[in-house]
Write a protein that binds this ligand. Structure first.
Ligand code: LLP
Length: 414
């Protein structure tokens, strides 16, 4: 988080003390910085200056309505993967045509509902494409999600999707079937899409996929855009390679231009970043409630857990951890755990400023796939969310309450 600044014995975002925020809104708490989101949008745009770039925010990363509104105010469109995500987008004023609906593994009924809402449709299997052709013919254009079938750089099996064993996308060997539907005027294809989450670390790997996409795109005459999805890796402080967005932009802009020349039309260049825009703009503030030692391991127990931030346990994801109550303390090796009744490591064998019970512990890079993947497992409440905007801290979602937990349960006579 670039705007998280150390001020004597505290940290500030947009001049607001995190200790004050904790006092006001409690712990645990998700905190987002609208300033950093704006900066990331600008950074992305600067990467691709020569192309007709359209950014569709992948709202699954963080769906708070205020974040969606912020994206709209910044001129972005939306990538939605479910009908409720579309509804959220429409409710904050996105035009249907600014929203692309990219569901995967859904019944055709869901696709029809998307069409009825007027959004752009992106399909990733032949079964639904055939039904789409039967129902709409070429009257409603459709985007095709490809599986480029290349092996990409993998940081976890759970997020490497370009290979042909993943469930996503249409295989290259199925393209002829789509071409036939188009030739028979049963289908109109307006876009080609690929997406691979979190594996794009180098321009070279990305450009390999881009060339595959361009070769396939040439086979369709009515394209309006090529959509390269999301998956742009962020620097989360773990020392791993991160793609240089300016270098990627310069290289892709050039290749895209020559593809468009060959294609005979200036197409739009789409991206669907999620984590790049909000990942480092959010953090999870927690409090150490327990210190204990088992064997040789020193544990820091916080008032949170995998129910609030599942990424470390689910993906072995790295989140930088700092103790803002003891900034000058010496670095000690800890395993930071939550209060969930199973192994719940949030950071393992990590050097952190010495921790005492009551200290405020921050998990960085928690803006993307933090709250949106949170649950009420162990019947614990999801935290509140605060957005710092124009130098003001605003509560944008209350923490769950006991009533929220039992709201939809129906007690029967037993
Ligand atoms: N477009 C599509 C079609 C997607 O499925 C996704 C993410 C994105 C764009 C945005 O990807 P991003 O730029 O945020 O990497 N929960 C995992 C990541 C799963 C991403 C799912 N799809 C995590 O916490 O790392």
């Amino acid at each position: 988080m670039k705007n998280l600044l150390q001020k004597s014995n505290d940290w500030e975002i947009q001049g607001i003390s995190l200790m004050e925020i904790k006092k006001r809104f409690g712990s645990p708490l998700y905190i987002y910085d609208s300033g950093e989101i704006g900066q990331q949008i600008e950074k992305f745009k600067k990467g691709f200056i020569q192309s007709d770039l359209k950014i569709k925010y992948a709202c699954k990363a963080l769906t708070n309505l205020n974040i969606l509104r912020l994206m709209r105010q910044n001129g972005l469109g939306l990538d939605a993967v479910s009908l409720p995500e579309i509804r959220m987008g429409l409710s904050v004023g996105f035009k249907p045509s600014d929203i692309i609906f990219t569901p995967n593994c859904v019944s055709f009924d869901e696709v029809v509902e998307g069409v009825n809402l007027g959004v752009r449709i992106n399909l990733e299997n032949i079964s639904n494409l055939k039904k789409f052709a039967d129902k709409y013919g070429s009257s409603i254009p459709v985007c095709i999600r490809l599986n480029p079938q290349i092996s990409s750089q993998e940081n976890s099996d759970k997020v490497s999707w370009w290979h042909n064993q993943s469930k996503f996308g249409i295989s290259i060997d199925q393209i002829e079937e789509i071409e036939r539907m188009v030739a028979d005027n049963r289908l109109s294809v307006n876009g080609i899409h690929i997406h691979s989450s979190s594996v794009i670390m180098s321009t070279e790997v990305f450009m390999g996929a881009a060339k595959t996409v361009f070769n396939i795109a040439k086979r369709f005459n009515d394209l309006e855009f090529i959509d390269f999805g999301g998956g742009i890796k962020l620097d989360v402080g773990d020392g791993n390679e991160v793609i240089d967005i300016v270098e990627l932009g310069a290289t892709l802009d050039k290749e895209f231009k020559s593809f468009c020349n060959e294609y005979g039309k200036r197409l739009q260049l789409w991206f669907e970043p999620g984590r790049f825009l909000v990942g480092n703009a959010g953090l999870l503030l927690t409090t150490c409630v327990l210190r204990k030692r088992n064997g040789g391991t020193e544990f820091v127990g916080v008032d949170s857990g995998l129910n609030h931030l599942i990424r470390p346990m689910f993906y072995d994801a790295y989140h930088e951890v700092i103790n803002i109550s003891n900034l000058l303390g010496k670095q000690m090796k800890y395993t930071v755990v939550g209060n969930i009744c199973e192994i719940d490591n949030l950071a393992k064998d990590r050097y952190i400023e010495e921790v005492c019970e009551g200290d405020v512990i921050l998990f960085k890079s928690a803006g993307a796939y933090g709250y949106s993947m949170a649950s009420t497992y162990n019947s614990r409440f999801r935290p509140a969310e605060v957005l710092i905007h124009n130098g003001k801290a605003n509560l944008i979602r209350k923490a769950d309450s006991y009533e929220d937990l039992i709201r939809n349960q129906i007690e029967i006579e037993l």
